[in-house]
Write a protein that binds this ligand. Sequence first.
Ligand code: SF4
Length: 391
Amino acid sequence: MYIGSEHPVALQSMTNTDTSNVDKTVEQILELYNAGSELVRFTIQNLSMARSVVDIRKKIDSMGLDIPLIGDFHYNGHSLLKDVPSCADALDKYRINPGNVGFGEKHDNNFKQFIALAIDHDKPVRIGVNWGSLDPSVLTILMDRNMKDGSPKSARDVTIDAVVESAVQSVHKAIEYGLSPDKIIVSTKISEVPEMVHAYEMLASRIEQPLHLGLTEAGIGSKGIAASSAALSQLLVKGIGDTIRVSLTPTPGSSRSEEVIVAKQILQSLDIRHFTPLIISCPGCGRTTSTGFQELAEYLTKYLEIQMKEWKKSGYKGVEEMKVAVMGCVVNGPGESKYANIGISLPGSGEDPVCMIYEDGKQVDTTRISEAKDKFKNRLEMYVKSHYSKE
Ligand code: SF4
């Protein structure tokens, strides 16, 4: 797959299984793939994990899945790739963190070896800087320089400068060592939203390589979702970012694929990519007296997710861009339903107990609440068949 330039912003995810457990890792890759992940990364920490990569690749290929696999290396990537050439071949991309490849001369030698292996195996490399594991030599130089400056910056600002500097220097070194400039992707991950946005803006102004966006250690639940959305959106609307990952901490027992679902919703909310018809539903308020409205919104959300797979299989083009309104009363219901491709406005308290159905801005039907689910579903089916051509 191609990343960068005019290609669509790609969705990435990362497994949290022990990579040496081939079956579990393949199972999770499949789960992430089914959720919509277009690239999957997993950690390769030791020889056992490196040797497992070939089996993971074989199983993924035998299922006919077209999904690039990325190896995430820290500290010993240069030796693992050298010692297990079959792993180096089986991966589609390598990720290296320039803060975790050794110190001083060792740092440069290890980095050089890593790049040489990428060149030998004809693989792209993501230079992924993380402020939690920043190359201390870059930070020290910038801190010293800052001390001598007449109007020094705060230590936090210098750290952000060092994150970007580490990434830019590593890109230049990789090119100097012979890696083609178009085989490099870069990221500067930080866990604070304003700092992360600032770092990527600086990075985008200094290099031409595609950028992989992510708010690292975003957190758990709604905090992680809100922080990731805030960070990624600020950059994506400016045209910065070629691949994204949402780094959520899963709650115990929850699906790893939540990070893919959130990433898709961010892109879809920004109108950058479309994956499934968008439900526009109001929050409800004192005017919605029954749970009928909530049940219908929930039912249709699930129904559209499932049905989208069928419509895609049948070849209906553009149906993922359809907007469906499900509204709770007459205040905003007819208006939102008219803006959507198709919508239903339920009666609020004190209104006539009739739901109004709209298509392309016009009211086309009415139904009672008890029949709303089936009638609106049939309308949706007919709408798709009549408005979206088959490929
Ligand atoms: S559309 Fe009606 S029910 Fe929904 S939030 Fe607005 S006023 Fe409340």
